[in-house]
Every structure is written in C-alpha cells, then in structure tokens.
Design a protein around this ligand. Structure first.
Ligand code: SF4
Ligand code: SF4
Length: 89
C-alpha cells in the first residue's frame, strides 16, 4: 500500500518497511542535532534523550545518523531496500 503526505508533494512511501532507525539511549546526550537536520520531523526530545516520534515521513536520507557525533543512531536501509520514492528519482 502506497501512502502520500500533503506536506511533501511528489513523495510516496510504501508501508511495512520495518524498524530501520534505532536510538541508543545510553549514548544519546540530547544535543538535538538529529531534530535540527531531519526533514521529516521524525524525532523529539523527551527527558533529554532523542526518541522517534514517527517514521511516517522519513526520507531515508541518513542525515540523522551522519550528524550524531555520539554514534547513538543506528541506521539501516528499510527492509526490501527502500520505503520511500520521489518523482524526482
Ligand atoms: S544527534 Fe544523537 S546524541 Fe544528539 S539528540 Fe540525536 S540521537 Fe541524541
Ligand atoms: S533518515 Fe533523514 S528523514 Fe529519516 S529520520 Fe533520519 S534525518 Fe529524518
């Protein structure tokens, strides 16, 4: 099943891609770099730790993993390769 969002015209997500981003609470310092860089607004800070709010609008860009200098974000491509498609390739 394909899902779209009014917030991101031209983008489609395929459901059921699994849990491909995980945050290690012990390593997270709550710096909020992941929140600042995330186009999909996927994270929130609770009690000075990052948590995944929702991956529904995740673009699979891996920027969160890249900016996390603590190595607290474990990023893998979604099961099956990708759950995200854009009309721009
Ligand atoms: S960038 Fe890393 S250390 Fe900073 S809040 Fe996000 S997960 Fe935590
Ligand atoms: S992969 Fe990109 S869009 Fe997805 S949670 Fe990380 S920064 Fe946000």
């Amino acid at each position: 099943m394909v899902r779209t969002s009014d917030k991101f015209p031209g983008v489609e997500w395929v459901e059921g891609t699994g849990d491909f981003i995980k945050i290690n609470d012990e390593k997270c310092t709550g710096c909020a770099n992941c929140i600042k860089v995330c186009l999909g607004s996927c994270f929130e800070i609770i009690s000075q730790k990052a948590h995944i709010k929702s991956l529904e609008t995740c673009m699979e860009c891996a920027s969160c993993w890249y900016v996390c200098v603590e190595g607290a974000i474990n990023f893998n491509w979604p099961q099956g390769g990708t759950g995200y498609k854009s009309e721009w390739g």
